[in-house]
Design a protein around this ligand. Structure first.
Ligand code: C2E
Ligand code: MG
Ligand code: MG
Ligand code: MG
Length: 280
């Protein structure tokens, strides 16, 4: 019986594995056509200051799949990175963001708001990355100063020297850079002195820790001090409650993102939200 059991178990595992492979392959085929079919949707989440005025927004990609509905990035970004489709998808997100900046450019309240766009390490690794980003911005005729590119620490597993060159080149073009999910990985502080970024985005996991440990508050205070010493802005991610917000204000923090201030939402909704908050 032991033998039969093992065989059954094994065949079961193989079945699950094959289903998973099949699932992935079919999703991959769909994804290859997603950009062309206009299924790549971008939502925008506000970033606010201490007065809860919206300073800018982060572009967050979704995939409007014909059968599966609206898929969040964790459902397809890893796949898109495996087969390099992330390069095309990433440029599509940048294009849509530039179109929104174009619309904002004619309005006095909207024209100096920024849009932050996430960049995958696979994109940064592309030799054409710098030229492609410039082209999209020039084609749209928008101010590079209103674009912020977010890079996660994992991106820096690639070649730091190469990454630095590309970051620098786009920085000279006028684009601002943020280091995303700071504090979540194995970040060495040394990276901050090597990479010319304007902003640290402190990972939301970090804020969670703070709730139940005094020492994390101390650490958070230090991170804020470091960003100040380095002349970088610091945005805290994942602010969900007003008690978290108050605590952060107490620490001298002045840039925030989280459900408390607004969920990721459509271009129309976020445009309305910015106008609304400027009017009050
Ligand atoms: P991220 O860049 O760190 O984006 C912030 C994520 O936290 C978003 O999840 C956002 O919806 C979520 N979030 C914001 N405020 C709160 C909060 O108060 N509480 C909680 N629990 N979550 C909050 P989302 O949209 O699912 O995106 C997940 C990740 O997918 C992003 O993390 C980013 O790494 C990646 N991603 C999103 N869009 C793109 C893209 O266009 N290109 C690339 N390469 N990656 C993207
Ligand atoms: Mg981000
Ligand atoms: Mg983040
Ligand atoms: Mg993240």
């Amino acid at each position: 019986t032991n033998y039969i059991f093992s065989v059954l178990l094994l065949s079961c595992i193989i079945k699950i594995y094959r289903n998973d492979m099949h699932e992935k392959a079919s999703l991959g085929l769909d994804l290859a056509q997603a950009v062309g079919k206009g299924e790549i949707v971008v939502q925008y989440q506000p970033q606010v200051d201490g007065q809860q005025k919206i300073l800018g927004v982060e572009a967050l990609v979704r995939w409007q799949h014909p059968e599966r509905g609206l898929l969040s990035p964790d459902k397809f970004i890893p796949l898109a990175e495996e087969n390099f489709l992330i390069r095309e998808i990433g440029m599509e997100v940048l294009r849509q963001s530039c179109q929104l900046l174009q619309r904002w450019a004619t309005d006095p309240v909207l024209k100096d708001k920024f849009i932050a766009v996430n960049v995958s390490p696979i994109q940064l690794d592309d030799d054409d990355f710098v030229a492609a980003v410039k082209q999209v911005i020039l084609d749209a005729g928008v101010e590079p100063q209103n674009i912020e590119l977010e890079l996660t620490e994992s991106a820096l597993c690639l070649s730091l020297v190469e990454a630095r060159k590309k970051i620098q080149a786009l920085r000279e073009f006028g684009i601002r850079w943020a280091l995303d999910d700071f504090g979540s990985g194995f970040s060495s502080l040394g990276i901050l002195s090597v990479l010319p970024v304007h902003k640290l985005k402190i990972d939301r996991q970090f804020l969670k820790e703070v709730e139940n440990s005094e020492s994390s508050i101390g650490l958070l205070r230090k991170i804020l001090e470091i960003s100040e010493v380095m002349g970088m802005e610091a945005t805290v991610e994942g602010v969900e409650t007003s008690s978290q917000f108050k605590m952060l204000i107490g620490l001298g923090c002045n840039s925030f993102q989280g459900y408390l201030f607004g969920r990721p939402q459509s271009a129309e909704q976020v445009t309305y939200a910015i106008k609304e908050c400027a009017a009050t």
